[in-house]
Design a protein around this ligand. Structure first.
Ligand code: 9J3
Ligand code: ZN
Length: 312
C-alpha cells in the first residue's frame, strides 16, 4: 500500500566520531601514514580496507554482486543437532570457508509457523557467500509463537558465539536476526529483548503485537503486497510505522508477492537483505548506494519507505 513518503534524516554535519581527526605525535603520525598506505594498497587491490573500517569484508559491491546467486566467499556448512543444544531446535550453520579475512558478523534466521529450516535454507549460502556466518534454525516445535521464536533466535546466537564449532570465526559483537512470518515476528521480539543486535530483517512478519517503539536495532521490514496470511495493513505496515522515527528503519513491500515469497530464492529480498546486513552489521557504507536514495517502485518493489542510513 502506498503512503506519503517521510523525509530522510541527514547525517550530522560533524560526521561519525571515529572519522574525526585530532593532532598526534610523530610516532602516531608515522603509524597513521603507514595505515593510510596500507589502506591505499587494499583499495587498489580490491581487498578489505581495514584501516578505514575493520569490519568491512569482501570487494566493493556492484548491482551485479548484490543480485548474484552467490557472493565472493566459498561457503561451508555444518549441521547442529537438536539433541546437542538447548533453547532452540538445532539448525545449519553456513560460513565462509576461508579464515584469511578474520572474523565475520553473524545472523540467525527462524522459519515460520509449521515450517522448518528448509523453508528458509536458500538464505544460508546466499548470505554467507557475501561474508556472514548464517545460522538457519529449527524451532523447538513448529507451533512456537513469535515471542518464543525471538528467545530461540537469541539462544541460537549464544550457541553460535559461545559453543559452536565455528565460534572462533564469529565476531560476537556484530549479530543480527531474520525470520519468516512468526519467525519474522520473532526477529522483532529478539531485537526488542536484546538492543545490542546490529540488524533485524523480518520477512512477511506475523505478530499479534502491532507496536514496536522499544526497538533500537536498525530494522528492515519486508512485506508482500498479496499476503493474505499476514496482510501488510495489519502486520508489516504498523510494525514499521511504530518503530522509533529516529531509528534507521525501512519498509520494503514486494510487488506481486505472497506470504510465501520469502520461502524461495528471491533477488529483491537478497539484494536488500545483503545491503542491510552489510551496512548495519559490518558498518559498510559501500552499500549505502543500494539503500539511498530510497528505492523507487518497480516491477518487484510495490513501495519503499525509510531513511537514508545514518547509524555508525
Ligand atoms: O508463521 C506464519 O506463517 C504465521 C502465519 C499464521 O499461520 O498465523 C496464524 C496463526
Ligand atoms: Zn509492542
Amino acid at each position: 500500500m502506498q503512503a506519503t513518503p517521510r523525509s530522510s534524516t541527514p547525517v550530522p554535519a560533524d560526521g561519525p566520531a571515529r572519522h574525526r581527526r585530532r593532532s598526534r605525535g610523530p610516532l602516531l603520525g608515522l603509524l597513521a601514514s603507514a595505515a593510510a598506505l596500507a589502506g591505499l594498497a587494499t583499495t587498489l587491490t580490491g581487498g578489505a580496507n581495514a584501516a578505514e573500517n575493520p569490519y568491512e569484508r569482501g570487494p566493493a559491491p556492484t548491482e551485479s554482486s548484490v543480485t548474484a546467486t552467490r557472493g565472493p566467499y566459498a561457503v561451508s556448512q555444518t549441521s547442529v543437532s537438536s539433541l546437542s543444544v538447548t533453547g532452540f531446535g538445532g539448525g545449519t550453520i553456513y560460513y565462509p570457508t576461508s579464515t584469511a579475512d578474520g572474523t565475520f558478523g553473524a545472523v540467525a534466521i527462524s522459519p515460520g509457523y509449521t515450517a522448518r529450516q528448509s523453508s528458509i535454507a536458500w538464505l544460508g549460502p546466499r548470505l554467507a557467500s557475501q561474508g556472514f556466518v548464517v545460522f538457519t534454525i529449527d524451532t523447538n516445535t513448529t507451533s512456537d509463537q513469535p515471542a518464543s521464536r525471538g528467545d530461540q533466535l537469541l539462544a541460537a546466537l549464544d550457541y553460535l558465539t559461545q559453543r559452536s564449532s565455528v565460534r572462533g570465526r564469529v565476531d560476537s559483537t556484530r549479530l543480527g536476526v531474520m525470520g519468516h512470518s512468526m519467525g519474522g515476528g520473532g526477529s522483532l521480539e529478539a531485537a526488542k529483548d536484546r538492543p545490542s543486535l546490529q540488524a533485524a530483517i523480518p520477512l512477511t512478519p506475523w505478530n499479534l503485537d502491532k507496536t514496536w517503539p522499544e526497538i533500537q536495532t536498525p530494522t528492515l521490514i519486508i512485506g508482500a503486497d498479496g499476503d493474505s496470511i499476514a496482510p501488510v495493513s495489519s502486520h508489516s505496515e504498523p510494525f514499521y510505522q511504530t518503530l522509533p522515527s529516529s531509528l534507521d528503519r525501512a519498509y520494503l513491500e514486494l510487488n506481486n508477492a505472497t506470504h510465501f515469497t520469502p520461502n524461495t530464492s528471491d533477488t529483491t529480498i537478497a539484494k536488500y537483505s545483503i545491503s542491510w546486513l552489510k551496512r548495519y552489521i559490518d558498518n559498510d557504507t559501500r552499500y549505502d548506494q543500494f539503500l539511498c536514495p530510497l528505492p523507487r517502485p518497480s516491477l518487484t518493489i510495490e513501495e519503499y519507505r525509510g531513511n537514508c542510513p545514518h547509524t555508525m
